[in-house]
Design a protein around this ligand. Sequence first.
Ligand code: HGY
Ligand code: MN
Ligand code: MN
Length: 423
Amino acid sequence: MSAPRLDGERLLARLKELGAIGRGADGRLVRLAASDADKTGRDALVGWIEAAGLEVAVDRIGNVFGIWRAGANPQADPVLLGSHIDTVIDAGIYDGCTGVLAGLGVIEALKEAGVVPARPIAVAAFTNEEGVRYAPDMLGSLVNAGGLQVDEALAVIGTDGTVLGEELARIGYAGPHEPGFLRPHAYVELHVEQGPVLEREGLRLGAVENLQGISWQRVTIVGEANHAGTTPMGLRRDAGAAAARVIGFLRDRARASNTPTVATVGSIAFEPNAINVIPSKAVFTVDLRDPDEARLQAEEAALVVYLREIATSEQVEVSVERLARFEPVRFDPRLVALIEDAARRHGLPWRRMTSGAGHDAQMMARIAPSAMIFVPSRGGISHNPREFTADADVVAGAQVLLDVAMALATPHSPHPEPRPAGP
Ligand code: HGY
Ligand code: MN
Ligand code: MN
């Protein structure tokens, strides 16, 4: 057995190839869950998994698995690596794909080195992690973890009126396996940080020990359409102005607090959406997050009180629909320590940190010891075509993932001496 070598060039080439799938004539990368572009991306991934000689398995919610049933007990619970390959709108190429492709690269490196693990190792690409087309986000891993019944998930209606289950069938990824058919021995996810911390502190790697809670809601405000020119200001029931007050309230409250609370209104629509008509309806989404569950609940409660006040003062009707609600998660300290050991061995300056973004790992932590590895995002930018992580950081993160996978799947083997993984 030779020391496993992570093929950095192959990983980077695949990352860029996958990053071109779903790029429109306008140059924007859009690979929404269960779309034609997602199918093309999934097909490319399945091709690489098959070429690696792994078993391909797809479950009923469309989660794709590449399984290396190696070792003394091929049916043992696998060490599971992974993330997602669906994107947001006008996305970067690193979010999610880095973890899936690095996970595949780790398995290939171990296979090619002749390593005989004590248990299988698998890689997953979970369906609809972004939640842009279908809510909630992390849907595939949530179902996999038993947090939502698969039939309920398949019935989810998208922002475009499509039904998730029908779209998965249309793209050929309504698989036969029951979600949860693989119970991981452990789950490790490599992901770009999507924030400014590592770069700002001059660090190369994050050992993620916890992940903040997420609250997604859709707010509908109904007022009364009227003439923009003839209606006196005091006689208006302006749904648009009411929505604007709520957006300002959320932003000002989060900014004023000296806590990590963040609040975002990322999408909004007016009806009838005409320049000279007072909006009769405003529909917008609210994304609240905080690492502390009690504070997150307090933010949700404050919004309820404010919406009541707006309903009275603006004489509008307000209704709220919950889209997603996930409590903060702490990852497994033993896995976090393995990540730190690997970072130390590779001479990568690192720190422990919290994830501001949601990830599949927060669902997998419900059913298996889980942790995450972060690599720096240039300028802290993500969910934006300017999203960028240096090649050397992508490869270094993958090498750490390899070490952690080795430690979990071949517990009695000495850690491979760090070798230049390239490029
Ligand atoms: O919303 C999130 O944090 C993740 O990108 N789905
Ligand atoms: Mn992601
Ligand atoms: Mn994302």
